[in-house]
Design a protein around this ligand. Structure first.
Ligand code: ACM
Length: 388
């Protein structure tokens, strides 16, 4: 349904991040970052003199609730722009609703790729912006015998499929692939630990998400494994999961992401400072939060340009737009609605902080369908690049 432009009152936008449930720790960082960006814009006079008003629900890490609240936001609350979703299962539940109502979803989470919706702007990493670089790093630093462990849903299955492709390019081998429930219990990880002992891989690639992550890393630590010889590497173990498991369980493990709380650039320090000022010194700042933050700025700049939150007009204005995000200058790719991002890899130190171990200093064009799948041939931005 098309809602006519009301030029008075606030810009009402939908916000769907879980405050409860298995992925609430990471989604709360996305919610916090979304509200921080809205607060900043409102403090600067809003958009064309009108404030942004978030309309929020707690979908509790449940794809059915995500879908129901998306319906409600678009049909009852009559918002046209939505910011939200972490798990791919929730994005896939929400998108048909957004498409049916011709809304526009801004999705700030790394995912498995192989998707395009005209009604979605993807601001997290596609596999050619994190998995490819992580595979290359692990194959040179750790070895080529991998064990995969993941949560039982679409992102881990698809992410593992791609990682297996990358590993095989270097004549590597996937020794085992194990899935645990989204809400795992201790005995699920006993099984994982036994399989690690049996196969003795060079590296464990984890696509476990949410609160099960802490259980995996703690079980690994309790088993007495050595992360300097056999690290767990992941795209979904962020500052939020490290805060849940503690520094002792996290030390030595590896994550690839475009943003880490420890980045030293002026833009990163400013963002982290504002975030902690608002939410407390211990509030984790994650790559998923950084994407949630910059996508609000990008979206509302597009609204300012066209004077409307009509999704068709916002889409035209957001495509090819750039923003000086905390990770570096990002850009929305008009070919595929994904975002040019800055890949990085970090290892957790003794204090539980991510320290960068690999930073190529290049912005990478999104290639969500992995047309370029070679470990040595990235889709690098063609523009002159600055290190951040
Ligand atoms: C994810 O499910 N995209 C982490």
């Amino acid at each position: 349904m098309v809602v006519s432009d009301d030029n008075s009152g606030d810009w009402r936008v939908g916000v769907l991040f879980s405050q409860t449930g298995v992925t609430s720790a990471i989604e709360r960082t996305q919610l916090n970052a979304t509200l921080l960006a809205i607060e900043e814009i409102n403090a600067n006079g809003g958009v064309l003199g009108r404030r942004i008003e978030p309309v929020m629900y707690d979908p509790a890490s449940d794809h059915k609730k995500f879908r129901a609240f998306a319906e409600r936001l678009l049909q009852v609350d009559r918002v046209r722009l939505l910011f939200g979703c972490y798990m791919s299962s929730t994005r896939k539940a929400v998108l048909p609703v957004v498409e049916a109502h011709r809304g526009l979803l801004f999705y700030p989470t790394l995912y498995e790729g192989f998707e395009y919706s005209r009604q979605c702007i993807y601001t997290g990493a596609a596999p050619n912006q994190n998995s490819l670089q992580l595979a290359k790093f692990l194959l040179s630093a750790c070895g080529n015998r991998f064990l995969f462990v993941g949560s039982n849903y679409i992102y881990p299955y698809e992410s593992n499929r791609l990682m297996a492709d990358f590993v095989s390019q270097d004549k590597g081998k996937v020794l085992d692939e194990i899935y645990v429930p989204l809400y795992p219990d201790e005995k699920d990880f006993d099984k994982v630990i036994n399989r690690i002992k049996k196969t003795s891989p060079d590296v464990i690639f984890s696509t476990v998400v949410g609160s099960g992550t802490a259980a995996l890393y703690k079980a690994y630590r309790a088993a007495g494994f050595d992360p300097t010889r056999m690290p767990i590497a992941s795209l979904t173990t962020s500052e939020a999961e490290v805060a849940e498991m503690g520094a002792e369980a996290a030390e030595g493990h590896i994550t690839a992401a475009p943003f880490f709380e420890t980045l030293s650039s002026v833009a990163a320090r400013r963002f982290v400072g504002s975030f902690k000022n608002k939410y407390g010194a211990d509030a984790p700042v994650t790559a998923a939060a950084e994407a949630a933050y910059f996508q609000v700025h990008l979206a509302m700049r597009a609204v300012a340009k066209c004077g409307s939150d009509d999704p068709d007009l916002v889409l035209v204005n957001v495509r090819d737009s750039e923003f000086d995000a905390p990770q570096g200058r990002v850009r929305i790719d008009s070919e595929n609605n994904h975002t040019y991002l800055w890949p990085r890899i970090a290892r957790v130190d003794r204090a539980g902080r991510f320290q960068i171990v690999w930073n190529p200093g290049v912005r990478v064009k999104p290639d969500p369908y992995c047309v370029v799948q070679s470990l040595d041939d990235w889709s690098v931005d063609e523009l002159p690049l600055l290190r951040s």
